[in-house]
Ligand binder design. Structure first.
Ligand code: MLT
Length: 300
């Protein structure tokens, strides 16, 4: 049998339904590295989300691999250069979770501005204490990474009557209500920053100490893309001294955290982290599953 698929992470059933007549499928949504290394040579296609890493070692053992399918957007958990060298095709599902990521980003902006998490924690202890926050209206939102998701965030946030500035290293189009700026201008002028970048496996940090020192005081940083956009140990200093008033993020450097700076950060009151929920909606998972199955069929 040379049509064998291994699915390594939880996916919507529609992916299996669409492929089951054409392929022999093994669904192992909790598989760990050692087992994967032992069995990968049996498969022609491997499907992963962000949990499973497809590195050189796995690719070398996957002697029969023809396709690596990422059921999602980011391919930073795959050694794409090495896979291409080995003539293995990579497919992914761009655009499939935009709505879900935009919605959670807007929620996180409001969470950071209005003390919602602390307020909920207090009422659970039956403390009905009024906490102050600030309006988004009239503030400047800096969007770092103005691709599909960055653009849609600007569009959705228009309801708040904010000023928009954006930076992207790639030549992208900006609507008339968004001012194109340099990274430095974005850092110096934003009251809130939304990070919406794509990263590859070895992409360097975009924000190190030098860039973080340029931030406007009391800025809120929201990250719904990749943690590695920021040097976390550099950022810790600015979270502790209050230059960054809140860091609201759906992504973390290690998920779960393991480094000292990560564990220290999690304890801070101005750090609000959710467990990578951006694409975790029934609607997005269905779209991702359909697109991933179609991609596999087309590339086969
Ligand atoms: C993605 O890149 O699609 C997201 O990080 C979502 C995910 O894989 O869970």
């Amino acid at each position: 049998m040379d049509r064998k698929i291994l699915i390594c992470d939880p996916v919507d059933n529609v992916l299996i339904d669409k492929l089951k007549d054409k392929f022999d499928i093994d669904y192992k949504p909790e598989i760990l590295k050692d087992e994967l290394l032992n069995i990968i040579n049996k498969y022609n296609v491997v499907v992963v989300r962000s949990r499973t890493k497809i590195n050189k070692e796995i690719i070398d053992r996957g002697k029969n691999l023809k396709i690596i399918a990422r059921a999602g957007i980011g391919v930073d958990n795959i050694d794409t250069d090495y896979a291409e060298e080995k003539k293995i095709k990579i497919v992914y599902a761009p655009g499939s979770s935009t709505e879900s990521v935009v919605e959670i980003t807007i929620a996180m902006m409001v969470m950071g501005a209005r003390n919602l998490v602390k307020g909920v924690e207090n009422t659970k202890d039956n403390k009905f204490k009024k906490l102050m926050g600030f309006e988004l209206s009239g503030k400047t939102l800096g969007i770092l990474g103005f691709g599909r998701i960055g653009k849609s965030i600007a569009e959705a946030a228009r309801i708040f009557n904010m000023n928009f500035i954006a930076y992207d290293p790639m030549p992208v189009e900006y609507p008339d209500y968004v001012k194109k700026v340099s990274l430095e201008e974005l850092l110096k002028n934003s009251d809130l920053i939304s990070i919406n970048v794509t990263m590859r496996k070895d992409s360097p940090y975009i924000l190190n100490d030098r860039e973080l020192s340029m931030l406007k005081n009391n800025v809120i940083i929201v990250n719904t893309s990749r943690a590695r956009a920021i040097n976390g140990s550099d950022m810790l200093k600015y979270l502790k001294n209050g230059k960054i008033s809140a860091f609201v993020s759906d992504v973390f450097w290690d998920e779960p955290a393991k480094e000292d700076y990560e564990l220290e950060m999690l304890k801070l009151d101005n750090v609000l982290i959710t467990p990578h929920l951006g694409a975790q909606t029934y609607e997005a998972q269905k779209r991702i599953a359909i697109m991933t199955a179609d991609n596999i069929i087309n590339e086969w």
